[in-house]
Design a protein around this ligand. Structure first.
Ligand SMILES: [Mn+2]
Length: 326
């Protein structure tokens, strides 16, 4: 007998849930995470499984908020769902246990669908981690087409936008699945909505932050550094992308000072320099980092910042020594 389609396998598992089923993306959900949850929620609905999307922290970026609005996506802050408890099951989407951007909720995480670096066997009963794929949205789109289902226009548009954003217009960390799914979704999607989302990538408030941050940019050979004051996570990633567009800059280390520590974002388009390795090198002994070859992130808890060491100098020193010794 042929293996069951992924969505059938997952739905069959979730039908046994003792109570509610939740879909949880990484904290501060971005367009790819939001689209993936939306698509999966729809797919599970067609299989008789009702799932609620919950998230931690904030939805920060203008385009992410706009998505909820345009597609009518319902996502609830986990803290506001009073029925959520250890009797409930959760599917992790666009994230895995072991990632720093995931809050461990009381739910039992029985399944995981992700495209980030594999974190090892965490005992999920359904696991689909495809680290080579540039977006989680492409994996969810694959679930539709594999099962012979046509995504409704809103879902197709959201998924296409998720692929578009996570692969930086099909140029970053892109896999043939991203391209195939982009092509297939295109037939069902509404380009007017894509254009509207593209016109909502930066809010006016963000603009002030960016303006200050770009004054802080320092360049050392191919390396670009940027410091943001207390910016949210999604802005940090978007700022790194912009620094990467500076002529001559091929590797970016951006960081932001948060109350509990320093958030990092790294980019690289140099084949010999992996953003995830660079991140781990900078944060060895002082924090943790990981991600993809071309885009990565990290965190240094406040208490690990050694007294007497100036943060900016410390980061630049580590990044430059990694760059020069490779
Ligand atoms: Mn993603």
């Amino acid at each position: 007998m042929p293996e069951k389609h992924k969505i059938e396998q997952l739905a069959d598992l979730l039908k046994d849930a003792p109570d509610e089923v939740f879909l949880q993306p990484h904290n501060v959900p971005d367009p790819d995470a939001i689209a993936s949850c939306f698509g999966l929620q729809h797919l599970l609905g067609t299989r008789g499984v009702e799932a609620v999307i919950v998230y931690e922290n904030e939805i920060e970026k203008a385009n992410s908020l706009k998505m909820l609005n345009l597609f009518g996506i319902e996502m609830k802050p986990a803290g506001s769902v009073h029925t959520l408890g250890s009797e409930d099951w959760a599917v992790l989407v666009d994230v895995q246990k072991g990632n720093s951007n995931l809050t461990d909720l009381d739910t039992d995480e029985v399944a995981c669908i992700d495209h980030h670096e594999y974190q090892g066997n965490k005992g999920y009963r359904f696991e689909d981690v495809r680290s080579k794929v540039g977006s989680c949205s492409a994996i969810i789109a694959d679930y539709f087409f594999e099962a012979g289902l046509t995504p409704p226009s809103k879902v197709a548009t959201a998924l296409l936008y998720g692929i578009f954003m996570d692969t930086d217009n099909l140029t970053r960390g892109v896999d043939s699945l991203d391209i195939d799914m982009f092509y297939r979704l295109y037939n069902y999607c509404d380009m007017n909505i894509i254009n509207e989302l593209k016109g909502n990538q930066i809010s006016r408030k963000d603009l002030d932050l960016y303006a200050d941050a770009f004054k802080s940019v320092e360049i050392y050979e191919e390396l670009g550094f940027l410091r943001l004051e207390s910016a949210n996570d999604s802005l940090l990633g978007a700022a790194s992308d912009m620094v990467l567009t500076i002529s001559g800059v091929n590797i970016v280390v951006a960081y932001s000072l948060r109350p509990n520590g320093i958030k990092f974002s790294a980019r690289s388009i140099v084949p010999g320099v992996k953003a995830n390795d660079l991140m781990r090198y900078i944060l060895q002994e002082t924090g943790f980092g990981g991600g993809h070859d071309s885009m990565a992130g990290g965190f240094m808890p406040q208490e690990n910042l050694q007294a007497g060491k100036r943060l900016d100098t410390f980061i630049k020193h580590r990044a430059i020594s990694y760059y020069e010794r490779r």
